[in-house]
Design a protein around this ligand. Structure first.
Ligand code: BGP
Length: 470
């Protein structure tokens, strides 16, 4: 096997989100976010107020332990760290005129720490954590007013951190709103009561908001690079029947539409057809059309799995997937949580996106959620996570192949570089990290951190700029 080659300056690191790590949900003037009333992840209904069984309220206490955690990332050699800013720390209700200074100061401290270790920040502006008030009072992104609130929030971030942060992502996994309107769009109306007209109008508002702040970022921070962030989910036809190939294309289009708007600045024809067929008439102003032309500088995405599609309703057995689901692929193994493992799909999606958009790409989430067991090895408390090493190795090998294919790839941040609370199930036991955190589903644990075997593996890999991949 040839040695994997990554370009000089390739960014290596890991990714987290505020609501899954910070805890301190009511400290430092923070307001409530939708996550604070979602104790069961995306499956369960939201509660009226925070409940003690919600692990995200305390997370892994990154709010107090960020310096220790960033030092561990530095020990692995990270050159980039992706994290999100909790909107409700900066604007507790979301619709205030002035920001909360204590919230801003917290991220100053995080950035200080990253700077100290020479780690480039990659900031997600909105990662499934809309301020709760915007959800309850406005029904989230259904309301056009959210565009203005989001713009004010972004202006605050750009003015405060603009000289320190180069890479910005506007909305985490923006296409997930199709399947998880509350998580992704802060929409309190239950999905079964949500009219498609309102769902697609919310999508339009988010896309306009993203383009609006991309324009603002470019005006305020000439050196800034603004990216979109989408769930990458290659869709294969279940059989070679052309009807299945077409079904796969349709399913792919539903996700590609977001990237098309972000990268091309207008709605593609197939998307307009979908709207016509659904009887949806979007309210799009001339100003909206104009601002949408502000396209992103790069495309970032999460990649966990591929899915299959078929036109045959009898075979459309629902698969289990990360927000998106799909028909299971009979050729692939799956994780303990039923997510199908497909490294080749990563190479396919990298090529598809590059061919389609010709924008630099950034893998900002990828990893294996698994049950880990702490053991003693040579006097060190650790996890022998060979399964995680194999998963990451195979996906990075696929990324290296895509680079050989000519794809421009900026970097790789593995998801949940430190164990954190799962987004879909709100469990602690679904672990992704190189660093084990002693916390359990029942809330018990010391929160102590332990280096897993994958910690050493990743450190060596980064030091060799990927050349140690097998
Ligand atoms: C993505 C989210 C993340 C993250 C990841 C893993 O959809 O952007 O926030 O959690 O999936 O999912 P889970 O935590 O459900 O295993």
């Amino acid at each position: 096997m040839t040695t994997a080659r990554f370009p000089d300056g390739f960014l290596w690191g890991g990714a987290t989100a505020a609501n899954q790590v910070e805890g301190a949900y009511d400290r430092g003037g923070k307001g409530l976010s939708i996550q604070d009333v979602m104790p069961h992840g995306i499956a369960g209904a939201p509660t009226e107020e925070p409940t003690p069984d919600n692990l995200k309220l305390t997370g892994i206490d990154f709010y107090h332990r960020y310096a220790e955690d960033i030092a561990l990332f530095a020990e692995m050699g990270f050159t980039v760290f992706r994290f999100s800013i909790a909107w409700s720390r900066i604007f507790p209700n979301g619709d205030e005129e002035t920001p909360n200074e204590e919230g801003l100061a917290f991220y100053d401290r995080v950035l200080d720490e990253l700077e100290k270790h020479g780690i480039e920040p990659l900031v997600t502006i909105s990662h499934y954590e809309t301020p709760l008030h915007l959800a309850t009072a406005y029904d989230g992104w259904r309301s056009r007013e959210l565009i203005g609130f989001y713009e004010r929030y972004c202006r605050t971030l750009f003015e405060r951190y603009g000289t320190r942060v180069r890479y910005w992502l506007t909305f985490n996994e923006i296409n997930s709103i199709l399947h998880a309107p509350l998580l992704s769009g802060g929409i309190r109306t239950p999905p079964e009561q949500l009219a498609e007209q309102d769902l697609y109008q919310a999508i339009h508002h988010e896309l306009v908001a993203s383009a609006t702040v991309t324009k603002l970022a470019h005006a305020l921070m000439p050196q800034a690079k603004v990216g979109c962030m989408i769930i990458a989910i290659p869709t294969y036809p279940l059989t070679p029947d052309p009807a299945d190939v077409l079904a796969a294309l349709d399913a792919d289009h539903a996700n590609l539409a977001f990237g098309d708007v972000h990268c091309r600045g207008a709605y593609p024809g197939y998307f307009l057809r979908t709207l016509r067929e659904k009887g949806v008439e979007l309210e799009i102003t001339d100003a909206d059309r104009e601002v949408l032309r502000n396209t992103v500088d790069f495309v970032s995405f999460s990649y966990y799995m591929s899915v299959c599609e078929t036109a045959d309703p009898a075979r459309r057995a629902a698969g289990r997937g990360n927000i998106m689901g799909g028909v299971p692929n009979p050729t692939l193994p799956a994780s303990e949580w039923g997510w199908q493992i497909d490294p080749t799909g990563l190479r396919i999606i990298l090529n598809q996106y590059w061919d389609r958009w010709q924008k630099p790409l950034f893998i900002v989430e990828n990893g294996l959620g698994a049950t880990d067991r702490l053991v003693e090895v040579d006097g060190r408390t650790t996890v022998v996570d060979d399964y995680r090493i194999a998963y990451l190795n195979d996906h990075l090998r696929a990324a290296a192949e895509a680079i050989e294919d000519g794809v421009e790839l900026l970097g790789y941040t593995s998801w949940g570089c430190i164990d954190l609370v799962s987004a879909s199930t709100a469990q602690m036991s679904k672990r992704y990290g190189f660093i084990y955190v002693d916390r359990h589903d029942d809330g018990s644990g010391t929160l102590a951190r332990y280096r897993k075997k994958s910690f050493d593996w990743y450190r060596e890999l980064i030091a060799a700029n990927g050349a140690t991949l097998s």
